[in-house]
Design a protein around this ligand. Structure first.
Ligand code: IPM
Ligand code: MG
Length: 358
């Protein structure tokens, strides 16, 4: 049966890298006879211009009628951030869509490609044992979605964000993490701040309960400050890092520098029914938008994640991942991953190179 994909290219480099990712999707799926219908919808500043909203109803409905969402990026250029069009753009678009579809588990895999060791900011002896971390970040709770207040006390401005977790929220994402670990190296590092925070004490309790159902998976607890240090000091020790919404936001960015470029990172946000959104978490990179120089790999790998998670097309996903590896091995380099002196190619040429290996 034909499946539908909602395509939300968004702002900045979103539309250019999305166009390339769709070329790859078409190529891989045509070969095996699987057809996808893609339906474009507006998000972010692009949506604001037409509908006066960053995540309009029309877009929500298109997503609801689709089998998966392929997302580009949202957000404006620094010089325009004061405009209404860009005000709270990321929060409205991203948090809006996460909440609407109850995307509670955010997958951010981080790998150091051996052929790109030279752009990893860590010394080679630190990463030569291999880096392959899957961050699983809870995406529906914590400081992000708790009650927010701004008020005056004793003539002073005061603001609060409530951090809240229910055991059900923790349990759900914990199961996701243990199941993911089973398909990898059977280890979960659960990251919290249980020496201080009540939400973290509950988190740790519930994760330990869930762990009992997965005796084949090793669970380790780690405090978030230590984890930030360990990601930089010895990233090879990690398999799955399971953590809260706020800590996951920060730690996954720390992990994101290891491959050497945000242009290499894909992510998936999934809900309990298996419905998913796939996006490069690197942002709209407005500074290089429209120049044809953006690295399309993050968006292309997001397509691979979509094929794997939403459509169980494992072989197709692997073929894309392998083709990306081969293009890199063959020396294809956009500016963000080039070493000094390397010949640099553009967005379209990088995709051509990947397609030639498919
Ligand atoms: C991310 C982003 C978002 C987040 C922002 C833009 C709302 O940083 O996806 O990591 O904090 O979740
Ligand atoms: Mg972030």
């Amino acid at each position: 049966m034909e499946k539908t994909i909602a395509v939300l290219a968004g702002d900045g480099i979103g539309p250019e890298v999305m166009a390339q990712a769709l070329r790859v999707l078409k190529h891989v799926t045509e070969r095996n006879g699987q057809t996808f219908r893609t339906v474009e919808a507006l998000i972010g500043g692009a949506a604001f211009e037409v509908h006066g909203k960053h995540f309009p109803e029309e877009t929500r409905e298109i997503c609801e009628r689709s089998d998966a969402i392929l997302f580009g990026s949202v957000g404006g250029p620094v010089a325009e951030l004061h405009l209404e069009k860009w005000k709270d753009c990321e929060v409205n678009a991203l948090l809006g869509i996460r909440k609407t579809f109850r995307f509670n588990a955010n997958f951010r895999p981080v790998k150091v490609f051996p052929e790109l060791m030279h752009i990893c900011p860590l010394r080679e002896e630190v990463v030569n044992r291999g880096v392959d971390i899957l961050f699983i970040r809870e995406l529906n709770g914590d400081l992000y979605f708790g009650e927010k207040k701004r008020f005056e006390r004793d003539g002073m401005r005061v603001a609060t964000d409530l951090a809240e977790y229910s055991e059900e929220q923790v349990r759900s994402v914990a199961h996701t993490a243990f199941q993911a670990a089973r398909k990898r190296r059977n280890k979960v590092t659960s990251v919290d701040k249980a020496n201080v925070l009540h939400t973290s004490k509950l988190w740790r309790e519930v994760v330990r309960e869930v762990a009992k159902e997965y005796p084949d998976v090793v669970l380790e607890d780690m405090l978030v400050d230590n984890c930030a240090m360990q990601i930089i000091r010895n990233p090879s020790q990690f398999d799955v890092i399971l953590t809260t919404n706020m800590f996951g936001d920060i730690l996954s960015d720390a992990g994101a520098v290891l491959p050497g470029s945000l242009g290499l990172l894909a992510s998936a946000s999934l809900n309990a029914d298996g419905f998913g959104l796939y996006e490069p978490p690197g942002g709209s990179a407005q500074d290089i938008a429209g120049k044809g120089v953006a690295n399309p790999i993050a968006q292309i790998l997001s397509v691979a994640m979509m094929l794997r998670f939403s459509f169980s097309l494992i072989e197709e996903a692997e073929r894309i991942e392998q083709a990306v590896g081969k293009a890199l091995l063959g020396g294809a380099r956009t500016g963000d991953i080039a070493a000094p002196g390397d010949p640099v190619i553009g967005t379209v040429e990088m995709t051509d190179s990947i397609l030639s290996h498919l």
